[in-house]
Design a protein around this ligand. Structure first.
Ligand code: ADP
Ligand code: 5GP
Length: 190
């Protein structure tokens, strides 16, 4: 059996990765979700085990040291990690997985799985990224400042990624990611 395709959707906080991720999962029901672990506090409406596995730093570090994460990163003051077993089990069984993770995590995945496809989501402009982060209304002004500063340095490294997609019109951006996944899968079957 062929191993499944691992696709990594990354890019700065607030660019719209989460929004694109849920639309992609609706439109490509064959794709398997990965639920990340995080030490961040749940936002209103977020459900443990659905949006994230919420845990304290001690538990996260213990799980990390046990090797339970495929990749992990500390970003904007919190730990985030991808639980390993669900992803590797799916890929081994021929299923395709889509990860939505930060740039440091995407780099680790590419180093470990060079066959994966990495996609960097770009904002149409810096001003629009700021508008989206503020509009989401989930971070303090200070946290938004930190996320914007990080975004600038992340965007500077976007050339490392296999593909770059601008998230201006959400439908166009989602179509582009779907085209990338379908064309890579098509090429691998040849
Ligand atoms: P991320 O997961 O990258 O941090 P989100 O998916 O939470 O970003 O999106 C940040 C904000 O931007 C949300 O309020 C979302 O509704 C909005 N957003 C996402 N994509 C677009 C888009 N193409 N045009 C306008 N607003 C968008
Ligand atoms: P948020 O706090 O807005 O949900 O996420 C902040 C950042 O963490 C986003 O860029 C998001 O993509 C990233 N992130 C979410 N889950 C993971 C993960 O499992 N690993 C890594 N490295 N980053 C993640």
């Amino acid at each position: 059996m062929n191993r499944g395709l691992l696709t990594v959707l990354s890019g700065p906080s607030g660019v719209g990765k989460g929004t694109m991720y849920s639309r992609l999962l609706q439109r490509m029901p064959g794709l398997k979700v990965s639920v990340s672990a995080t030490t961040r506090k749940p936002r209103s409406g977020e459900i443990d085990g659905v949006h994230y596995y919420f845990m304290n730093r001690e538990d996260f570090i213990r799980r990390r040291d046990e090797g339970a994460f495929l990749e992990w990163a500390e970003t904007v003051g919190n730990f985030y990690g991808t639980p390993k077993a669900p992803v590797t089990d799916t890929l081994d069984a021929g299923g395709d997985v889509l990860l939505e993770i930060d740039v440091k995590g995407a780099r680790q995945i590419k180093a470990e799985y060079p066959d994966c496809v990495t996609i960097f989501v770009l904002p149409p402009s810096d001003a629009e990224l700021e508008r989206r982060l503020k509009g989401r209304g989930t971070e303090s002004d200070e946290q938004i400042k930190a996320r914007l500063a990080l975004a600038r340095s992340e965007i500077a490294t976007s050339g490392e990624f296999d593909y770059r997609v601008v998230n201006d019109d959400i439908d166009v951006a989602v179509d582009k990611v779907m085209d990338i996944i379908n064309s890579v899968k098509g090429a691998r079957k040849c």
